[in-house]
Design a protein around this ligand. Structure first.
Ligand code: B1M
Length: 209
């Protein structure tokens, strides 16, 4: 079996300790970093579907997430460039009530590699914390909100509205995450939407220019 298939299977099985070695072996075998990343994203899709079907539970999702994070650590230098931080500063976080961070971390990685300095507020971030980060860093030109749960879309809406009502200026808000759409982004007053990490970096550059 090709090593990239092993990576996919072992992420799904949550075997975090095996992943760095397997990812390296898949690279050595000639698989591209982008393909290996996609295989791990596919594993998360499978584990999510199994969760929906009641075949696995939260601990299995958590172990798969840990395994994927280990793989991303190995791929990071290959997926990102060495852009000097000259396009501005991006504040990023997963919105309040939401603990999912793999997608947010990938988005952060890609926006950073596009040339932004990143301020990562982590997960479960309330509107006030986003506002304070913009206040405390006077060169913030992009705020990026990630959300994976339909139940936390309300928090995303409230955060966008609070940022817009804060009186602070000079920044644009990008939103994304599996349940988010362009239509929803327009509806909640965000300046931009991106479906994946690569297009989030493109959108950040576009809005900052
Ligand atoms: Co959760 N979870 N989870 N989970 N989890 C999902 C999201 C779910 C779809 C699974 C399912 O039911 N099929 C479901 C949400 C259903 C819904 O609301 N629509 C779900 C649920 C229900 C839950 C809990 C409620 C389960 C429970 O407790 N009963 C609970 C909630 C906890 C909370 O947040 N308060 C929960 C918990 C967890 C874990 C903690 C165990 C773990 C997360 C660990 C971690 O992140 N460190 C977890 C996991 C791993 C998943 C799945 C399996 C994988 C998520 C992931 O990392 N995907 C997920 C199922 C799935 O995704 N199919 C699921 C890979 C990642 C690369 O993709 O994050 O989508 P993603 O990011 C993408 C794009 O969305 C986009 O770019 C990325 C790729 O390029 N993107 C942006 C993301 N942010 C962006 C921002 C942007 C632009 C693009 O601009 C700013």
């Amino acid at each position: 079996m090709a090593k990239i298939e092993d990576v996919k299977a072992m992420v799904e099985a949550g075997k975090a300790k095996l992943i760095p070695g397997l990812v390296q072996e898949a690279l050595d075998e000639g698989s591209s970093a982008a393909d290996i990343l996609q295989s791990m994203i596919d594993s998360m899709g499978i584990i999510g579907d199994k969760f929906s079907a009641g075949e696995v539970f939260v601990p299995e999702m958590l172990m798969a997430a840990k395994a994927m994070s280990k793989g991303v650590e190995v791929l990071k230098p290959l997926l990102t460039g060495n852009a000097a931080s000259s396009l501005g500063t991006c504040v990023i976080g997963t919105v309040q009530g939401d603990l999912h961070d793999i997608g947010k971390n990938l988005v952060s990685m890609m926006i950073e590699s596009a040339g932004f300095k990143m301020i990562d507020l982590g997960v479960d971030v309330g509107a006030e914390k986003f506002i304070n980060a913009v206040k405390e860093n006077n060169d913030v030109n992009v705020v990026a909100l990630s959300g994976l749960l339909t139940t936390t879309l309300l928090a995303m809406r409230e955060t966008v509205q609070a940022l817009k009502a804060s009186g602070l200026t000079g920044f644009k808000v990008i939103v994304g995450g599996a349940p988010v759409s362009q239509e929803m982004a327009d509806e909640i007053g965000a300046d931009g939407f991106a479906p994946d990490a690569g297009s989030a970096a493109v959108k950040a550059k576009e809005l900052a220019s």
